[in-house]
Design a protein around this ligand. Structure first.
Ligand code: MEV
Length: 424
């Protein structure tokens, strides 16, 4: 059992300051770090070193998803996202998962693939024989490029090569498998691929072209599993609805794309919060979803005899906790501190857990009351603010619009003026 609990009822009803106090206690944030969350942590000079042509800093809200129990440990999960309902949905579904015993996870080793393209090779199968014969020598050349990674227990591990037929003729594609430990790994892998490429060219008599990481990181897989009691989600009928929603996604790529989008709502939000490359994650996720030749959901849902749902997720997740923006952006460092993850594998496993329950929350809303009901409350509050409501007025105006099922700025203005003249 873990000593701290992330089960925090009514967290959403607290003020920003009260929430921050709870998170700070949970994660040991000091006053500087708290200030950074409230005022923004990325300064212009740092931003100017991160990308080119900087003219400012764009901000997105950082929310905390509560209730996560993953492999027996409690997590508060920082999520950076502009879309309403996602953080609330993750927190709710994490609670349901908790009621069924929490979420279990697994991850493979942190192995990334570097691809080296060779063209103009005569007798390509004989050339592959020569590559594999010299495998150890090639791995050594790759590892000489990153002694730090090797010292940490990582480094190039294996080499495979195959012939592909293309519209530009046959090519040899060599895969360099690199254990990147706690880094996302693109830099290490690309450097190694570039180092090995000229040797491959001279071994095979061909010419090298591309030397780049593959985002289909299927040697860096993560899995999550949870059990959901029917009582947590509104009964067996809802559980069946969720199962049928999954069946729909399994049978129809149009639905599978949206199903997976819901999963990525959670995963990308944690990726952004922790400074990870969410485009790489997206690319890997969707390529993996199509690995059987047809685009499929990344989660699986099964119904047990007593009406429980068992959900599993399997996907590649190339994330790091060292290097890149995870280090340069102080808010990313803070998110990692809030999460309390100690390795890239642990971060990936938390993200898989978030993706799994994010999917559950979406399917439950869709199978039960429909997705708009959940969006309404925040939407109504936004409209109330647009109409000029401040402080307590926001909730009063929003609630009345929801009761009336008329969420419009003109109606918000009317309610607000009645409220201010004491008539509402
Ligand atoms: C919206 O951002 C995500 C959903 O469309 C996901 C889904 O349909 O499963 C609600």
């Amino acid at each position: 059992m873990s000593e701290k609990t992330s089960r925090i009822p009514k967290f959403y009803q607290l003020s920003v300051e009260e929430r921050l106090r709870i998170v700070s206690e949970f994660s040991g944030l000091n006053s500087n770090e708290q200030e950074m969350l409230l005022r923004g942590g990325l300064d212009l000079a740092t931003a100017n070193r991160m990308i080119e042509n900087v003219i400012g800093i764009f901000q997105i809200p950082l929310g905390i998803a509560v209730n996560f129990l993953i492999d027996g440990k409690d997590y508060l999960v920082p999520m950076v996202i502009e879309e309403p309902s996602v953080v609330a949905a993750a927190s709710n579904a994490a609670r349901w998962a908790r009621e069924g015993g929490g979420i279990e996870t697994w991850s493979s080793e942190q192995v990334m693939i570097g691809q080296i393209q060779l063209v103009g090779v005569n007798n390509p199968y004989a050339a592959i024989f020569e590559i594999i014969k010299r495998k150890e020598e090639l791995i050594k050349i790759a590892n000489e490029k990153d002694p730090v990674l090797v010292n940490l227990g990582g480094g190039a591990r294996d080499i495979e090569a195959r012939v592909i037929q293309t519209i530009a003729g046959p090519m040899i594609i060599t895969h360099l498998y690199v254990d990147v430990r706690d880094a996302m790994g693109a830099n290490a892998v690309n450097t190694m691929a570039e180092a090995v490429a000229p040797h491959l060219a001279s071994i095979t008599g061909g010419r090298f072209r591309l030397r780049i990481i593959s985002n289909l990181a299927d040697r860096r897989l993560v899995r999550a599993k949870t059990r959901i009691l029917p009582s947590s989600i509104g009964g067996k009928e809802v559980a069946e609805g969720i199962y049928e929603a999954y069946a729909f996604a399994l049978a129809d790529p149009y639905r599978a794309a949206t199903h997976n989008k819901g999963i990525m709502n959670g995963i990308d939000a944690v990726a952004l919060a922790t400074g990870n490359d969410w485009r790489a994650i997206e690319a890997g996720a969707h390529a993996y979803a199509a690995r059987n030749g047809r685009y499929e959901p990344l989660t699986r849902w099964e119904l047990t005899e007593n009406g429980e749902l068992i959900g599993t997720l399997e996907m590649p997740l190339a994330v790091g906790i060292v290097g890149g923006a995870t280090r340069t952006n102080p808010l990313a460092r803070l998110s990692l501190k809030i999460l309390g993850v100690k390795s890239a594998s642990e971060l990936a496993r938390v993200m898989a857990a978030v993706g799994l329950v994010q999917n559950l929350a979406a399917l439950r809303a869709l199978a039960a009351e429909g997705i708009q009901a959940g969006h309404m409350s925040l939407h109504a509050k936004n409209i109330a603010v647009m109409a000029g409501a401040v402080g307590e007025e926001i909730d009063i105006v929003a609630e009345q619009m929801i009761r009336e099922r008329m969420i419009r700025v003109d109606r918000a203005q009317q309610i607000l003026s009645q409220l201010r003249s004491g008539k509402a």
